[in-house]
Design a protein around this ligand. Structure first.
Ligand code: 2PG
Ligand code: MG
Length: 412
């Protein structure tokens, strides 16, 4: 059995150019596990904080001061690594050391352990013989907190090749559609600068409905039927629009104000009109009952909670009680440690809630989440379509396909 021989942190930058932390875990002086923590722009109220007092430097100090606690541990013992982190920070939201440390340290340990055992990470995380590829779900056009003024209020319009039989085809279809959307935008507005948002989706000056129309047209122009070979999805990221004081969703850019009832109608119309396979955070993060209305109305659409659940097992338990959603985003850094996130996945699976493992808008070029998506039997892997830090995750899926250990695509 391997033993951790050193743990070291360093300050680096994420894809948005913000400072973050990377942690190296070395086992037996040989096997390097290395993970750089991502971070979000549309952050849920109840998610783990990235850094204490927003200072990555403080996280770094703490990790370096506590290295000895990890030296000698078995890097594959995720629970032990997690419990050791908890001896340093027992706060619910990792406010003392930062969720980024919990994220990077636990995944780097598993990375190191997998290398020592010469097996891929997904194999170390799951003994299941029936693993499948999650469908890549990627941002083709967006706005909201991920792009500047003039772009749609809706944060993300996503595409997923729901009819594909192979992971390569699923990736290629997403790439082709992303390109086609770019062509339509350039034709429509010769002054379009090819601007893209934080996750690589196009960021044009368009209203929500024009943006959705453009994406639907791109799919149809390529000969796809929506809901068949490919499907659209939307991350409404509705907490961004929710005004607690006025109890309304305020869409500044579209000049629209929705009461909670109107918001349900607004989302329902979009789901129906564009035959969405996927609808994330269609209402704000505390509107469990409103989400439940949508989940009941659209049993065949992935009515997904992101900010609503923040990869938190206790919140998920509350949500399942009222049947608030049928799918859940899994972002390890929302939970904190990989152990926390896998507990969340267990609870979701137990309750028939489908898992969608997801990137953050501020990412690194790491690709561990591709393995986590497979091991948690995620139906989709939300990792974007283009951009180095997004493609890294998709390319890892293609490398994984060489092992011949995965039996085709997930059943959605
Ligand atoms: C989201 C994510 C990722 P962020 O809202 O789902 O797409 O964005 O990382 O900014 O929270
Ligand atoms: Mg989201």
């Amino acid at each position: 059995m391997a033993r951790i021989t050193s743990v070291r942190g360093r300050l680096l930058y994420n894809s948005r150019g913000s400072k973050t932390i990377e942690i190296d875990v070395i086992s037996d002086n040989t096997h390097l596990g290395r993970v750089c923590a991502p971070s979000g722009a549309s952050v849920g109220k109840h998610e783990a904080v990235s850094f204490p007092d927003n200072r990555p430097e403080k996280s770094l100090e703490i990790i370096n001061a506590n290295e000895k606690k990890f030296v000698g541990l078995d890097p594959s013992n995720l629970k032990l690594i997690h419990d050791t982190i908890r001896t340093i920070d027992s706060t619910a939201n990792y406010s003392k050391i930062g969720g980024s440390v919990a994220f990077a340290l636990t995944i780097a340990s598993i990375d190191s352990a997998a290398k020592s055992l010469r097996i891929p990470i997904f194999k170390l995380l799951s003994n299941d013989m029936e693993l499948r590829f999650p469908f890549p779900l990627g941002n083709i056009l967006g706005g909201g907190a991920h792009a500047g003024p003039g772009t749609p209020d809706i944060q993300e319009i996503l595409v997923c090749a729901t009819g594909s039989k192979t992971i390569r085809e699923a990736i290629e279809f997403n790439l082709t559609i992303h390109k086609e959307v770019g062509k339509i935008l350039a034709k429509k507005d010769p002054s379009f600068t090819n601007g893209r948002g934080d996750e690589g989706g196009w960021a044009p000056k368009l209203k929500n409905d024009e943006a959705l129309e453009t994406c639907a047209r791109a799919c149809e122009q390529l000969g796809f039927t929506l809901g068949k070979e490919v499907s659209l999805g939307v991350d409404f990221a509705s907490s961004t629009q929710w005004n607690e004081k006025e109890k309304k969703y305020i869409y500044d850019r579209a000049g629209l104000e929705n009461t909670p009832e109107e918001q349900i109608e607004f989302a329902s119309d979009i789901i129906k009109k564009y035959k969405l396979a996927y609808a994330e955070d269609a209402v704000h993060e505390e509107a469990f009952d409103d989400m439940a209305v949508l989940a009941k109305k659209f049993p065949n659409v992935l009515i997904t909670g992101d900010d609503l659940l923040v990869t938190n097992t206790e919140i998920l338990k509350r949500a399942t009680k009222v049947k608030a959603c049928n799918a859940a985003i899994l972002k390890v850094n929302q939970a904190g440690s990989l152990y926390d996130a896998l507990e969340f996945a267990k609870e979701a699976t137990k309750n028939n809630i489908k898992i969608i493992t997801s990137h953050r808008s501020g990412e690194s070029v790491d690709s561990h989440i591709s393995h986590i998506g497979i091991a948690t039997k995620s139906k989709m892997l939300k990792v974007g379509v283009v951009g180095g830090e997004r493609i890294a995750k998709l390319n890892e899926l293609l490398r994984i396909s060489e092992y011949d250990l995965i039996r085709g695509m997930a059943e959605i």
